[in-house]
Design a protein around this ligand. Structure first.
Ligand code: ADP
Length: 516
């Protein structure tokens, strides 16, 4: 047993050797590192250390005794805690601090140190007792926690900045968009509006924000059908698309507005808000109307002199001298066929304006669609030498519809099939009865239609871009066909593959609405 030679007895001291041994054993079994320094000797050397101290520091007993505690700090001298410790020892005071220490192998450990002075009867500090714990693990956890917190704070700051920027970015888009935008809360109160809305409806932000949509500007948005649709958006998520509102709006007069409404949700926030995008289409509609009116007037105006010229040419044909030159006969005949072509074009334009204005009545009468298809096909067959028009299938009962209009549909589809398959040699027509519908299909093996054009070919005046220059036409035929079929309660569509060909089909219900 190594008892320090200068040991003067334990402070609270048992004076028997047994007590000493017992106390020493108690100190050695402590998990805390314990040292005693002698303040009376120069440089306050360590005169005792227990086993735990040796274990924590990695130094052996004989490497510790006689040293001042500072060896534990190695070269890490700049720690402020060192000064505090020094000051407390000088003043003979108690101190508790955490200080960076190093083991014999140079490994850092955090030492939670309690230093207490021991005084003699005269009040002089004779010894210091140091109790230490290696709190490196706790320190490391604290450090990691701090690091984590710093990182989170930094991320939060960055994210906030990003959000602010994207908010500003979105705001600037919303404010510059040339459409009125308005966001309403689930209780239908206005949450935000953009500048365009305020300018269009000549209202102020104050009289709009937080107001119920239906109470805005004399209840101008209190439209039962719109209300119904808006109430449907939140539970079903169905947007309101292209809803037209014609209204005499305060400040701006009678306007036609196109409303689109969507439920908006942003990353779980702002749930159940509704965004209304409102477009003023009054002007656009008026221009479209003027164009339609012009078309209608122009085709009517053209039709009258044309009919007269046609009559003159017929008279010329009749009055032609039998001995007229073949050249003259050919010119008159060409004039006649060109007039027929012109007449057809003008009739198509008149069809469009009739359909546009809703003046195209259907005169329903039962007729044999097989016969009509056969008749049209035969007529077109005489005009083509390139294609063989084949008919397959049969419809077993008469159809009750407008024969002349449906003749036009069949004629348009077969003419197109021939026109848009210049390198093919046949066009097939298929007639059938499907359930309570009749079905007519016209198949060609020609150019086919691209996906993009397919969506638009039924619009009036639309022609696929690749064919415009090579084939004559005005882009009216399919529009007229679709309208006629729709008015009969049927459906017209195309199955097509670019470069392979197309099949245009229509169905017509055998039972008309209202039939039993
Ligand atoms: P038009 O033939 O006078 O252009 P239509 O309304 O009949 O007008 O047809 C519109 C467009 O649809 C055509 O310009 C053409 O691009 C396309 N189209 C119609 N029928 C066919 C077909 N059978 N094959 C390929 N394209 C077709």
């Amino acid at each position: 047993m190594n008892i320090p030679s200068n040991y003067k007895g334990l402070p609270d001291g048992g004076d028997s050797n047994d007590t000493f041994v017992l106390l020493k054993a108690a100190l050695d079994s402590s998990v805390s590192g314990i040292i005693v320094t002698d303040n009376k000797q120069p440089d306050n050397p360590i005169i005792y250390c227990n086993k735990s101290f040796q274990h924590i520091t990695g130094y052996r007993y004989e490497e510790i005794i006689g040293h001042n505690c500072r060896f534990l700090q190695g070269d890490d001298r700049e720690q402020p805690e060192r000064l505090q410790l020094k000051e407390a020892i000088m003043k003979g005071e108690h101190i508790n601090l955490e200080i960076r220490n190093y083991t014999k192998s140079g490994e850092l450990f955090w030492n939670e140190l309690y230093v207490s002075p021991i005084k003699n009867a005269n009040g002089e500090v004779t010894h210091f007792i140091g109790v230490q714990h290696d709190v490196s693990r706790r320190k490391k956890a604290e450090e990691e926690l701090r690091h984590e917190r710093d990182m989170i704070e930094r991320k939060v700051k960055e994210r906030t900045k990003e959000l602010k920027m994207s908010q500003e970015y979105l705001d600037s888009i919303v404010q510059t968009v040339r459409e009125s935008l308005i966001v309403i809360e689930p209780d239908l109160k206005v949450q935000t509006v953009n500048e365009h809305f305020l300018r269009t409806f000549k209202v102020s932000r104050v009289e709009t924000i937080d107001q119920e949509l239906y109470k805005l500007g004399n209840g101008q948005w209190n439209i039962p059908r719109l209300k119904e649709m808006l109430e449907d958006i939140l539970p079903t998520n169905n947007p309101v698309l292209d809803f037209e509102v014609e209204h005499n709006f305060p400040h701006i007069g009678k306007k036609l507005m196109l409303v689109n409404a969507y439920r908006v949700e942003l990353e779980g926030q702002y749930k159940d808000r509704i965004l209304l995008a409102i477009e003023d289409i009054t002007e656009r509609r008026a221009i479209e109307q003027r164009k339609d009116d012009f078309l209608s007037v122009a085709s009517h105006e053209l039709k009258t002199p044309l009919t007269t010229v046609k009559a003159y040419v017929q008279v010329m044909e009749r009055m032609m001298h039998p001995e007229s030159t073949p050249q003259f006969k050919s010119v008159v005949s060409k004039a006649g066929s060109e007039l027929l072509r012109l007449n057809k074009l003008i009739s198509e334009l008149l069809d469009v304006s009739r359909l546009q204005s809703g003046r195209a009545d259907i005169n329903r009468e039962p007729f044999d669609l097989n016969a009509v298809v056969k008749d049209v096909a035969e007529g077109l067959q005489t005009a083509t030498t390139t294609h063989q028009i084949k008919i397959e299938g049969h419809i077993d009962q008469p159809y009750n519809g407008d024969e002349s209009q449906l003749r036009q549909v069949v004629s348009n589809l077969i003419s197109n099939a021939i026109k848009y398959s210049p390198d093919a040699t046949s066009v097939e027509i298929f007639l059938s009865q499907v359930s309570t519908f009749i079905k007519v299909s016209v198949t060609d093996h020609g150019l086919g239609i691209s996906l993009n054009d397919k969506k638009k070919i039924f619009e009036r005046f639309y022609r696929a871009s690749n064919i415009q220059k090579h084939f004559p036409g005005m882009g009216i035929g399919l529009y007229v066909c679709e309208q006629i079929i729709k008015h009969h309660g049927g459906d017209l569509w195309v199955d097509t593959e670019e470069g392979k060909g197309s099949t245009f089909s229509f169905t017509l219900p055998l039972k008309n609405e209202g039939d039993n």
